[in-house]
Design a protein around this ligand. Structure first.
Ligand code: NAD
Length: 326
């Protein structure tokens, strides 16, 4: 399947974030016009610096919970939502508002424009899963009053809103459940495990492991994820999801720390900390639907993806040093 279609006008909310900036870049490369909406709560101008001069790129600095105005677009990718547990738990009410009220603003905009709208949902809707790997039919095991609920339940409610706007108004919707994704431009030290391990490896400080380190995760490289999102957006209207996107290659957190220490040549050793409440023990996507419906499967192995990420981090560090010397 190709992700190339006739040029469209596309809104990406959260477009200055990690995933959003890669998506904007790829959409521009495919000849689309891109409007990036962001309030820069976890995203940055630096992430989109290379796009700012592009004639088909424009930036709307605002909160997604506020009315989006008279924008006319053909497609919307709704990515606005802080994804790092450490950051989204600082202001849980704002996190819920972003996920629920933000989804409503985006859905109302899509309805007015007759646009197709894709929701970036999350594997967190499965909570601490009792089924492994997780298929889309699994309804999840989420603690509705725990510290992660502002994100998990916010995303679950957003899925409900998407499904209801389709049932009630006939809106063309797509729901994608994203599993852990990594790559260049992750916010350093935002507490997400790969960015945290790289940051500690670079500093030579102990790599914090919450719990015994035997909890597993599956990590998808960002270019694979962007490809999956774009394939889903242009798929047949009958394919609404929810659809899992992620890399089923599973690794425990302790082995990941050791892998990153070896890759970076760091002497940083694991440092065990108390486990975090509601932290899932196991996480691995069942991606058979993505394969059957979109012909999508990840292409980048964990070893290759970590090497690309490391190389990019080294380039960024070298640039920062050069700038300080100027
Ligand atoms: P990120 O935090 O880097 O990006 C989120 C972006 O949304 C940031 O640019 C932030 O400034 C913006 N934002 C947050 N709240 C906003 C608001 N109220 N109004 C306007 N902009 C707002 O996170 P990411 O990793 O790029 O994630 C992007 C999307 O994908 C999120 O919706 C996230 O929930 C989802 N997701 C990501 C992962 C992952 O592993 N990266 C996994 C599951 C789901």
């Amino acid at each position: 399947m190709t992700t190339t279609t006739s040029p469209k006008r596309i809104l990406v909310t959260g477009g200055a974030g990690f995933l959003g900036s890669h998506l904007c870049e790829r959409l521009l490369a495919e000849g689309h016009q891109v409007v990036c909406l962001d309030n820069f709560s976890s995203g940055s101008l630096g992430n989109i610096a290379a796009l700012l001069g592009h004639p088909a790129f424009s930036l709307l600095q605002q909160d997604v919970v506020d009315p989006i105005g008279l924008l006319q677009v053909d497609q919307v990718y709704n990515l606005a939502s802080i994804a790092s547990p450490q950051l989204y738990q600082r202001n849980p009410v704002q996190t819920l508002k972003t996920n629920v009220l933000g989804a409503m603003q985006v859905l109302d905009l899509a309805l007015r424009c007759g646009a197709r709208v894709l929701q970036a949902s999350t594997s967190e809707v499965y909570g601490d899963p009792l089924v492994h790997p997780q298929p889309e039919s699994y309804l999840g095991n989420v603690n509705p009053i725990g510290p992660r609920a502002c994100y998990d339940e916010g995303k679950r409610c957003a899925e409900t809103l998407f499904a209801d706007y389709q049932r009630q108004h006939g809106l063309s919707i797509k729901i994608v459940r994203i599993f852990n994704t990594y790559g260049p431009r992750m916010l350093p030290g935002d507490g997400r495990v790969i960015s945290s391990f790289f940051a500690h490896a670079q500093q030579g400080s102990g790599m914090p492991i919450h719990g015994d380190g035997q909890q597993t995760r599956s990590f998808c490289y960002v270019s694979d994820m962007v490809e999956g999102l774009m394939r889903m957006m242009i798929s047949d209207a009958a394919i609404t999801g929810p659809l899992n996107l992620g890399n089923p290659e599973e690794i425990d957190v302790l082995s990941l720390a050791r892998k990153i220490a070896a890759l970076t040549g760091s002497a940083a050793a694991p440092v065990f900390r108390p486990g975090q409440p509601d932290d899932p023990r196991q996480r691995k996507p069942d991606i058979s639907q993505a394969w059957q419906l979109l012909g999508w499967a990840p292409q980048v192995t964990l070893d290759n993806g970590l090497s690309h990420t490391h190389a990019q981090l080294q380039r960024t560090a070298a640039l920062a040093t050069a700038n300080r010397q100027d």
